[in-house]
Design a protein around this ligand. Structure first.
Ligand SMILES: [Zn+2]
Length: 699
């Protein structure tokens, strides 16, 4: 992160716009596109403000508590404030000797600074210490222009001469006054197979005041995406998200006049040696007013503006081909024949899936399959104008692979049976460092543009006493010190793009979004499953984080359009076996996808129907404010009627729009009010049919 740093004294900041009458501070209205931090020395308070949002923090001089006084949406004046007779502090951390840092702690401010950060953001850093506590705290708050979101990250440093052990870390502990309202909470499952299958199913739960917290497990192998939203009956809402790939208990509770959030790292035992620091996961909290689509939209725009790995180019999300249609029966000849056709169809990324290497953990291309060398294949793909992608299951190794022959102790104590491999402990430092070297060499030697990560539950469980991590600290060591370091280090050294697959989309976190350009949603579960995955994932994540793999099956527009919303769109068809009619259809449908993908990527998603299901019609809309245009992908899944009356959202009621269809030749001129209230009839002639409806201002 490139930072220009401005150091502040503890009593004031020259650039702060202060009008010093009795400690009153007039905060200059932030111009559009800016984010400011102002400090009021008399009240010991800080105001973080952009054009739409304000957060006020204060160090209470009588109690020594650092508190979040207020979050305010400046566009509608909705606010969330400190509960009465209670504090609001970002974390709750406990050491094994009983030392606790929480809302009850009494702090001394030992330093503060404000810095300009990447993406036009602004950060406020406070250095805090508590008398008698072995820990020093560094609390960083960030805001970004136009985003009604406060991000925080806390670092704890051991200032004793002996090791202390962190046993508990809740890294999102804010609480707010409930203002006597009733609340509903919303969360979205990940791709889960056990104990029962879930495919990004959203779950809405009313909060019962005084009842136990509603708690969901997030992170690698957890049941839910790392996102929660709550709103009251006045449509005033909060959303929150976690930047943590390990497992956490993410909760919300209403009790004692408060809404309390929590995000607790599971099974933590983190030794901090003298002088050592532990950077807790970052988290966000943001404001919305309206429905869950609005919560999702605010979240997605913030994630794109401030968190996610940047979109690589304006052709993203790509159309891609992946070799899994051949399972592991791939070779140079098969891949070259597919690559030629893929390029002719306009595909942009060519991924060689599992089966290219000698074995799991032996990341050398199989010389029998690639007699001319793997680099020759990569060059061939590049010469056809496509990016070269490679499957890399770096957390698994065959029992007979050289790495496990030389280092039999590198396995994690729990193994996950990925294609006959044993699992490696990514939290064991020599193993982690070996994987980084393997990845860097692969990318450099074979000019790899794209890594398709794979493996069974990327954050392993390991209780070995022979590893560099503490035996009870597996969750933290395998995520923060293992997986995250591997991905970010290989990316930093090579610039390769990374796709998340962790046994499908089962590590849907904002830490993932930070390191990866996309994520698989579900793992090849057909057309209906594809749409169900995209439906749920496009609440917490921008549409480009919903890639899907289209299985080898007959091509028709029902199938192709089931993969079109979001992306990347990944074909697994055996291309040389397609008929000329199939190829013509694929070419046409890829053209359609390319014409809509950036609008969907950058637009506002509306879930116009219930979740896709058998016997129903489902529809997702994308609205682009700049041109006041909308499109909707509408699919009939064996519903009775051969048409559907589709009601759009977000349009200008008084404006006239031209309505046209991708398949039907019909055209209409209708007002926004008509389109939103009465709707437009979409022909869906077959039991399984799909149509795309376009709405644009009438000429
Ligand atoms: Zn281990």
């Amino acid at each position: 992160m490139e930072r220009r740093q401005f150091l502040l004294s503890a009593t004031g900041w020259g650039a702060t716009k202060l009008i010093g009458m009795g400690g009153m501070v007039a905060v200059a209205r932030a111009a559009s596109g800016t984010a400011n931090v102002d400090f009021d020395p008399a009240f010991q308070s800080w105001t973080l403000q952009n054009d739409v949002f304000r957060a006020v923090l204060r160090l209470n001089q009588s109690t020594g508590q650092l508190q979040l006084e207020e979050l305010r949406d400046l566009s509608n004046n909705d606010f969330w404030r400190l509960p009465s007779l209670a504090g609001s502090f970002p974390i709750d951390v406990e050491l094994d000797d009983g030392t606790r840092l929480s809302v009850e702690s009494r702090f001394l401010l030992t330093g503060q600074s404000t810095t300009a950060i990447d993406r036009n953001g602004r950060a406020l850093t406070l250095e805090l210490s508590e008398e008698g506590s072995p820990l020093k705290l560094t609390v960083e708050f960030q805001i970004f222009p136009g985003q009604p979101v406060l991000r925080h990250q806390v670092t704890i440093t051991n200032r004793l001469g002996v090791t202390v052990n962190v046993r508990k870390a809740n890294f999102l502990a804010w609480q707010f006054a409930d203002e006597g309202q009733k609340f509903t909470a919303y969360a979205v499952h990940q791709w889960v197979l056990v104990p029962r299958e879930a495919n990004f199913d959203p779950v809405e739960t009313p909060l019962v005041a005084g009842a136990p917290a509603w708690s969901v497990t997030t992170g690698s192998g957890g049941a839910y995406c790392a996102w929660l939203a709550v709103r009251d009956s006045q449509q005033r809402g909060l959303f929150a998200g976690l930047e943590f790939n390990g497992r956490a208990d993410f909760s919300v509770r209403q009790a004692n006049g408060r809404i309390t959030l929590g995000a607790e790292v599971k099974s933590l035992y983190h030794p901090l040696r003298p002088g050592e620091a532990m950077v807790l996961p970052a988290a966000m909290i943001g404001l919305f007013r309206g429905d869950w689509d609005e919560a999702g939209y605010r979240t997605q725009r913030y994630v794109e503006a401030a968190v996610a790995a940047v979109v690589p180019d304006n052709n993203f999300p790509y159309v891609a081909w992946d070799s899994w249609g051949y399972l592991e029966e791939i070779n140079e000849d098969v891949l070259r024949r597919n690559a030629r056709i893929a390029a002719n169809l306009g595909m942009e990324l060519f991924i060689v899936d599992l089966g290219w290497a000698n074995a799991l953990g032996d990341w050398t291309p199989d010389p029998d399959k690639f007699p001319n060398g793997f680099r020759a294949l990569s060059d061939f793909v590049h010469d056809l104008g496509m990016k070269f992608g490679l499957h890399f299951a770096f957390s698994e190794a065959d029992p007979d692979s050289p790495v496990l022959q030389s280092n039999p102790d590198w396995t994690s104590s729990e193994t996950y049976n990925f294609h006959g491999g044993l699992s490696l402990c990514l939290g064991h430092q020599p193993c982690r460092d070996w994987i980084i070297e393997q990845g860097v060499n692969l990318v450099r030697n074979y000019r790899v543009d794209w890594i398709l990560q794979d493996g069974q539950t990327l954050v392993k469980q390991c209780t070995k006493t022979t590893h560099t991590h503490h035996p009870e600290n597996s969750n933290w060591a395998n995520s923060e010190q293992g997986l995250d370091v591997i991905v970010s280090e290989i990316r930093r050294r090579t610039g390769v793009l990374w796709e998340n697959c962790a046994n499908g989309g089962s590590m849907m976190t904002y830490k993932m979004a930070r390191n990866y350009v996309t994520s698989i949603t579900n793992d090849a579960s057909g057309s209906l499953g594809s749409r169900q995955g995209a439906y749920g994932a496009t609440f917490p994540f921008p549409p480009r984080f919903s890639d899907r793999y289209m299985p080898d099956q007959d091509l028709n527009v029902y199938t192709t359009r089931s993969f079109m919303f979001g992306g990347p769109w990944i074909f697994m068809n055996r291309l040389p076996e397609l008929t000329p009619a199939d190829l013509a259809l694929a070419l046409r449908e890829i053209g359609i996808y390319k014409s809509i993908r950036t609008n969907v990527r950058d637009g506002r998603v509306s879930h116009l129907t219930a979740r896709p299901a058998l016997g129903q019609v489902d529809a997702l809309q994308s609205y682009t404010a700049s041109g006041d245009t909308a499109l909707a992908v509408v699919t009939r899944e064996e519903a009775r009627s051969n048409s559907y009356t589709l009601r759009f959202r977000d349009l200008t009621p008084t404006r006239s729009y031209l309505v046209r269809f991708e398949t039907s030749p019909a055209r209409f001129i209708l007002t926004g009010a008509q389109l939103m209230n009465v709707g437009v009839v979409v022909p869906l002639p077959d039991q399984q049919s799909a149509e795309i409806v376009y709405v644009e201002p009438a000429p």
